[in-house]
Design a protein around this ligand. Structure first.
Ligand SMILES: Nc1nc2c(ncn2[C@@H]2O[C@H](COP(=O)(O)OP(=O)(O)OP(=O)(O)O)[C@@H](O)[C@H]2O)c(=O)[nH]1
Ligand SMILES: [Mg+2]
Length: 214
């Protein structure tokens, strides 16, 4: 029913939409895997969209995980640079979210994982209400200094794989400090998704920002 409206008017009221972007392999799906049980434990009704280039790999991983009803997870195959489908023309993702919301009218939260991209990728605010950017320490501690738009503009920066810092010669304190500096003090959370470090904090931040629950 929404298809004929201009993209910017297609947003149905209801669930909050939260984007999770970031470079290839930084830990976006791992974060979703940690957020799902926390959302469920908090009584938050959620659905998930994943984006991959030409497969449904991440959606299938979540559907197999046993963490969530598999029908609550859908895949968007972007077929091109992932940022196109979350920024330039987010129609496919908007339609997927609208469809999930029709199917699950009580849904309060739609998590949208972008396909792995580069430091310039960002979400259109026509698509999401709030977005996270996930980088990892193995990418190097100079990443914050390089000031990619994704890292600068996101609502919440997640610096993942902090467990790997000693193995890749990363000065974690300096990396986090520089990340906070370039972001003008806006939120940065360090995580280790192998050990679930920092995940409650991420869940709290999302919950407070888009569901107004603290
Ligand atoms: N050591 C360590 N490994 C991690 C951590 N988080 C994720 N990984 C590993 O990093 C790899 C990539 O994780 P994913 O969650 O698939 O990353 P992604 O960002 O979803 O990847 P794409 O969707 O392909 O861009 C996997 O092998 C994870 O097990 C972490 O905090 N520490
Ligand atoms: Mg992924």
């Amino acid at each position: 029913m929404n298809e004929r409206l201009p993209v910017t008017e297609r947003r149905t009221v209801g669930a909050a939409r939260v984007g999770i972007g970031g470079p290839v392999g930084s830990g976006k799906t791992a974060l979703v895997e940690h957020l799902i049980p926390r959302a469920i434990a908090r009584g938050i009704d959620l659905v998930v969209i994943t984006n991959d280039l030409v497969t449904k790999e991440d959606a299938e991983r979540l559907q197999r995980s046993g963490l969530i009803d598999p029908t609550r997870v859908v895949a968007v195959e972007t077929g091109a640079c992932p940022h196109t489908a979350i920024r330039e023309d987010p129609t496919l993702n908007m339609q997927a979210a609208d469809k999930l919301q029709e199917q699950f009218p009580a849904a309060e939260l739609v998590l949208i994982e972008s396909g792995g991209d580069n430091l310039a990728s960002s979400f259109s605010l026509d698509l999401v209400d709030y977005w996270l950017f996930v980088i990892d320490v193995a990418g190097g501690d100079d990443i914050p200094r390089k000031r990619g738009p994704g890292l600068l503009r996101c609502d919440l920066l997640v610096v993942n794989k902090v467990d790997l810092a000693p193995y890749v010669d990363v000065n974690l304190d300096r990396m986090l400090e520089e990340a906070r500096q370039v972001r003008g003090g806006r939120p940065v959370i360090a995580t280790n998704l192998r050990g679930a470090v920092g995940v409650e904090e991420v869940a709290d931040a999302i919950s407070a920002a888009v569901l107004f629950r603290v």
